[in-house]
Design a protein. Structure first.
Length: 479
């Protein structure tokens, strides 16, 4: 049974303050972990110059190691957090992420850098599911959608801010500062977390069997490697087909194993929950569409319009700024009308932003007319979709499965992002001149359109509002 301590009416002011502080700490940790998935895209050329004797394939693992390990360990880490305690795993993850960030910044060789990127990803995998569970338990039922929306919005903001922040760091400092900026955040989350966060756990949850953990890591790593490396090896190469084949086989064995083992990594019966099933599908599709839009935007502005990386980062800034402003308000609205109508509208607006680009974007630079409106539409779409999908899935989970269920959703989002970037690179590889590039970008914008429409369609079966019982009641947190 989940360890919960009731709160009294007299303690309500302290309890409210605790909820806000918990949300601030958890959101800051989420911001740092998701920021690291994109910030190095801009810093990568500078890293390559530092380690100029390393091969391109070796250097690529500076980026890939973090993404693959992060996605692969999210689900096992969520299960462990449910069993050993969300506060405990959150603090361990914060320490690991902070120490690894410092080590990455000091790395004398590319091999050491890659090794500590793996440790950094492991710390991030511990932080995400445990931070979501802590937020869920820090608020009463009617405030959970608002709180989770704010927590979820940090990931979307971080993903879009990465290139802007990375460009600023590279231009004025050094790539090593892309890691050093995590140090004050990590120190704050550890110190403040020890004082503010309250422990919760489910003593009846079994620690995942090692074989299941290995299977999900192999499946996630092989599938991610196959997609990420497809632009180098080719989609029909032995390496790509072999890696994806291994991933599919490992995933199949994982499913069979999880149905028979007494200590599963992921309880497959969670997919019997309608919101969990449809929410994960919608998040996978949105992850693909979001990363295609975001990564494609940077390349379009720099390669087609000839902007500097700094100007390109500033050009996409209105989108994440709008997410930061609107996401909390959308979460508050969801507490009244439910998440479903917000996601339905958000998917359509996101699709409209992609369609605007198909119609308007060309070789002539016209930011305010041809580009800016699409950033507003997609920014509103992100604010409506990513946080609300996180919220509607989390609220549908049993209280003792929030950690592992939230981890599964974020892992799906990471895989979607990996696939979206791989597809974008594949579409832009070996294009013939400006005309060919514009055709390729139109195909990328169509991914945004189709993705937004699919998100809207998959959100229709979601149960939200008063028909969805939140798993964590108001009295679930101690003052």
């Amino acid at each position: 049974m989940t360890t919960l301590v009731p709160a009294t009416v007299a303690s309500a002011p302290r309890w409210k303050r605790h909820g806000r502080l918990t949300l601030a700490i958890a959101s800051l940790a989420s911001l740092a972990t998701f920021l690291d998935t994109t910030i190095l895209f801009v810093a990568f050329p500078d890293i390559s110059r530092t380690f100029d004797t390393a091969s391109p394939s070796t250097l690529s693992w500076v980026l890939n190691a973090y993404t693959i390990v992060f996605a692969a360990l999210l689900i096992p880490a969520g299960k462990i957090a449910d069993r050993l305690g969300h506060r405990r795993i959150f603090l361990v993850g914060s320490i690991a992420f902070t120490v690894a960030s410092m080590a990455c910044g000091l790395a004398p060789t590319v091999e050491i850098l890659i090794a500590f990127r793996v440790l950094q990803a492991a710390g991030a995998a511990m932080l995400i599911p445990s931070s979501l569970a802590l937020v869920m338990r820090a608020f009463p039922r009617d405030e959970v959608p608002h709180a989770v929306a704010i927590w979820g919005a940090t990931g979307g903001v971080a993903g879009a801010l990465g290139p802007t922040l990375g460009a600023t760091i590279v231009e004025h400092l050094d790539w090593r500062w892309a890691f050093f900026i995590n140090l004050p955040i990590g120190l704050f989350t550890v110190v403040a977390g020890k004082k503010v966060l309250h422990e919760s756990s489910d003593p009846d949850t079994r620690i995942p069997a090692p074989f299941g953990v290995v299977l999900i890591i192999v499946a996630a790593s092989a599938l991610s490697y196959g997609f990420v490396g497809s632009n180098t090896n080719g989609w029909l190469s032995v390496q790509t087909i072999g890696a994806i084949g291994i991933g599919i086989v490992a995933l199949g064995v994982f499913v069979v194993n999880q149905r028979t083992t007494r200590a599963p990594v992921l309880d497959l019966d969670l997919f019997g929950i309608s919101n969990f099933r449809w929410g994960n599908l919608a998040m996978l599709v949105f992850g693909i569409a979001f990363s295609s839009m975001f990564f494609g935007s940077i390349i379009f502005l720099t390669d087609v319009w000839g902007w500097s990386i700094m100007n390109a980062g500033l050009g996409i800034a209105p989108g994440p700024a709008l997410v930061a402003v609107l996401a909390p308000r959308m979460g508050k609205l969801a507490g009244t009308i439910g998440q479903r109508p917000i996601i339905v509208v958000g998917g359509l607006l996101y699709a409209a932003g992609g369609f605007w680009r198909v119609v308007m974007l060309g070789p002539d630079v016209s930011y305010w007319i041809d580009y800016f409106p699409s950033m507003i539409l997609t920014g509103i779409g992100v604010a409506c979709c990513i946080p609300q999908l996180s919220s509607v899935v989390a609220q549908a989970l049993p209280a003792n499965r929030i950690g592992v269920g939230g981890a599964a959703l974020q892992a799906v989002r990471q895989f979607g992002g990996t696939f979206g970037i791989a597809i974008t690179i594949a579409l832009l590889t070996a294009v013939d001149g400006l005309t060919g590039a514009l055709v390729a970008f139109d195909r990328i914008w169509w991914i945004v359109v189709i993705g937004g429409i699919i998100v809207t369609l998959t959100s229709i079966p979601l149960r939200t509002g008063r028909s969805l019982r939140a798993p964590v009641a108001a009295e679930a947190v101690a003052p």
